[in-house]
Design a protein around this ligand. Structure first.
Ligand SMILES: C[S@@+](CC[C@H](N)C(=O)[O-])C[C@H]1O[C@@H](n2cnc3c(N)ncnc32)[C@H](O)[C@@H]1O
Length: 206
């Protein structure tokens, strides 16, 4: 069986990234959620499993400068780097697995669209949540987008876990709290749709 990294590397090497099911011409819902949490360009942002997403381009346009991108696929990161041109030096690029990385900084905004839902092993979900708990700034917010209970059961040929509010609450690290859920319909490049649920998460007030 190929590794997780091999799977994703192969996807970005063999498919046009503008034709994959998760492609968005504009990361509209994520930008709306950044507004909803009152995000500021002075804040630090991590895009977990960024793929080749245009979120970073939009954040740079809005004045964000402290941006970390992490993805298993070097190819996906290189697509972003070459697209950004003169702005390529702004983000930090980490070719790593979110379930095993140790960060030495915290993030004000943690963004994950369609990545956490691939973690089908409880131990991977726990590692992810432990890292989120440790590295989300005290007053930070996480935005996690996953397929809803009405969404697909697979993505990119891989099993996923569907989430609603109760399910997300059941996997949150105990210091984290779900503050909001937003349902969104993603229109895929082929015109059909997928239902996502986005979760806004913060540390519990101490
Ligand atoms: C469905 S794509 C979503 C990409 C991007 N977030 C977007 O909205 O366009 C999932 C991405 O997560 C990355 N990924 C999957 N598992 C990961 C992991 N454990 N750690 C880091 N990245 C991962 C994949 O390489 C892929 O780019």
């Amino acid at each position: 069986m190929s590794s997780r990294k091999d799977h994703w590397e192969n996807i970005y090497h063999t498919k046009d990234h503008t034709e994959v099911s998760w492609y968005q011409e504009s990361p509209q819902i994520s930008l709306e959620l950044f507004s909803k949490i009152n995000a500021l360009p002075s804040q630090s942002v991590i895009d977990v499993g960024c793929g080749a997403s245009l979120l970073v381009d939009n954040l740079i346009t809005h004045g964000y400068r402290d941006i970390t991108l992490i993805d298993l696929s070097d190819k996906a990161l290189s697509l972003i780097k070459s697209r950004l041109g003169d702005n390529a030096d702004i983000p930090d690029y980490l070719s790593e697995d979110i379930t095993s990385i140790k960060f030495n900084q915290s993030f004000d905004i943690w963004h994950d669209r369609a990545v956490f839902h691939f973690l089908t092993d409880a131990s991977d979900r726990e590692s992810y949540m432990t890292t989120l708990d440790k590295n989300l700034a005290v007053n930070g917010r996480a935005i996690i987008g996953a397929f809803s209970l009405n969404g697909p059961e697979k993505c990119s040929g891989l099993e996923i876990v569907q989430y609603d509010a109760d399910k997300m609450k059941s996997v949150l690290a105990h210091d984290l709290e779900l503050v909001d859920t937003i349902t969104d319909t993603h229109v895929m490049p082929n015109g059909s749709t997928q239902e996502f649920m986005y979760f806004i998460i913060k540390h519990k007030a101490v």
